[in-house]
Design a protein around this ligand. Structure first.
Ligand code: FES
Length: 438
């Protein structure tokens, strides 16, 4: 279920009168009072619009955590990562502990990036996936074409701030309106990942486009700000499931036929601190939903487990840990194991180094004889890129602002930033609507 808004209205040049008329619109039955809703009707068509009848151009912004492209970028990447309390909550000492931990970890992590070729491939894959998806959308959704690909990373270049400024340079916002879709590249929602990216996007939107935060903006510029919608989760999209199933099947085919159905599938996702899980974060259940859907597609031919990797520090994290699980299985004689990265859409340090060079290497040292393998990441999979286009096309066509689920905060959330971000992206402005943002 989604929060809907007729996007045909977004690009329509409007008068103050039409703003009043439309201000009593409803979201899934919720009436949004005029002074509390975003006044969508006041947005002028973007000046860059170049096709009669088209509501484009449309910016498609891929959000992800990013990774250092070179070893020189590792320090900055880690310092941003450990400063983010949404991702790594370090309590009141975050500003002291964050820099300390990132400085101490930098030499070790630099070596890891050197070991996978000198940098993360996530930018290369993200830019490729976004560009290829936009090519498909230009054909399938001509009414919102041209679709322009952007990437906004939380901890590495291009950072959200840089991408937001690029959007403004490219003719979106600043009095010209225009539509942008924040498309999370984390299929399963976590407040640590998608939530953090949206908090950052909202922060820069306020700094660059809100008249209350940016007094240099003219009234016209403030009126014609970028109109955002969000694809905030897609854990069981059939195209995503199919892309995972294809890669798993290819890996299973590398095993002899007589053992193939006895290979244990280990779906591996990045772990979370238990403090985040116990706050009510939706990620564990959404990752489990992906795993179940993939297994259903594969006919439950193989036994499987969902396991969790990349735990940092001494506090309690969600388990069982991927590395321990592999070690235990191999020691017990179950050597045929396929590891499947299930919560990322391209290769990154956790697949190329942690799984390939640590977990699988250690398994071989215990006698796994090359029988612990990894399914390829989604990377340039045409099935996956088609799935992205299918998702985005339905979003653009359907007038979805975000999923219905996005308005609900974690039961244990006390963050004002989460609250304000959700009010903004769900289109509820300052409305104190308890039904959506408890
Ligand atoms: Fe989940 Fe704030 S921590 S909504």
């Amino acid at each position: 279920m989604s929060v809907q808004r007729p996007f045909q209205q977004l690009a329509s040049r409007a008068t103050a009168q039409s703003c009043v008329q439309r201000s009593q619109h409803s979201f899934q039955g919720l009436r949004i009072p005029q002074q509390q809703s975003r006044c969508l009707a006041s947005v002028a068509p973007p000046v860059t619009q170049n096709a009669t009848g088209s509501k484009g151009p449309t910016a498609m912004v891929f959000m992800n955590m990013g990774g250092p492209a070179t070893t020189d970028e590792v320090g900055g990447f880690l310092s941003r990562l450990f400063a983010d309390a949404d991702l790594i909550p370090l309590g009141p000492l975050q500003n002291y502990l964050g820099p300390l931990i990132s400085r101490r970890r930098t030499p070790k992590i630099k070596k890891q990036y050197a070991g996978i070729g000198g940098g993360s491939p996530i930018r290369k894959w993200s830019e490729y996936q976004a560009a290829e998806m936009c090519k498909i959308l230009d054909k399938t959704n001509p009414e919102t074409a041209p679709h322009k690909p952007y990437v906004a990373f939380r901890y590495a270049n291009p950072l959200t701030e840089e991408t937001y400024n690029k959007l403004l340079e490219d003719g979106f916002g600043k009095g010209r309106g225009g539509r942008a879709v924040a498309f999370t590249q984390y299929p399963q929602y976590s407040c640590s990942t998608t939530g953090s990216s949206l908090n950052e996007l909202w922060k820069w939107r306020q700094r660059l486009e809100s008249p209350t935060r940016n007094p240099d903006l003219s009234a016209a510029e403030a009126e014609g700000s970028i109109q955002w919608s969000v694809i905030d989760r897609w854990p069981t999209h059939p195209g995503l499931v199919e892309a995972f199933a294809e890669n798993i099947t290819k890996t299973l085919e590398t095993y002899p036929e007589d053992v193939r159905d006895n290979v244990v599938l280990l779906f591996s996702a990045h772990s979370l601190p238990m403090s985040v899980v116990n706050r009510g974060d939706p990620y564990p259940s959404e990752v489990a939903a992906t795993v179940w859907a993939v297994q259903q597609r594969l006919g439950f031919r193989n036994p499987y487990r969902l396991v969790w990797q990349s735990q940092v520090g001494p506090s309690a994290w969600l388990g069982a840990q991927t590395s321990d699980t592999v070690t235990n299985f191999v020691k017990k004689g179950q050597k045929d194991l396929v590891l499947i990265p299930i919560a990322f859409t391209s290769d990154h340090i956790e697949t190329l180094f942690e799984i390939d060079q640590e977990v699988i290497h250690e398994a071989d040292q215990l006698g796994a004889e090359g029988r612990v393998r990894r399914a390829e990441s989604l990377n340039g999979s045409p099935t996956f890129i088609k799935a992205l286009a299918d998702l985005a096309g339905a979003h653009l066509h359907g007038g979805e602002v975000c999923s219905r689920q996005m308005g609900l905060r974690c039961p244990g959330c006390t963050s004002e930033r989460c609250l304000e971000q959700k009010r903004f992206f769900t289109g509820l402005g300052q409305q104190k609507n308890k039904a959506l943002t408890l």
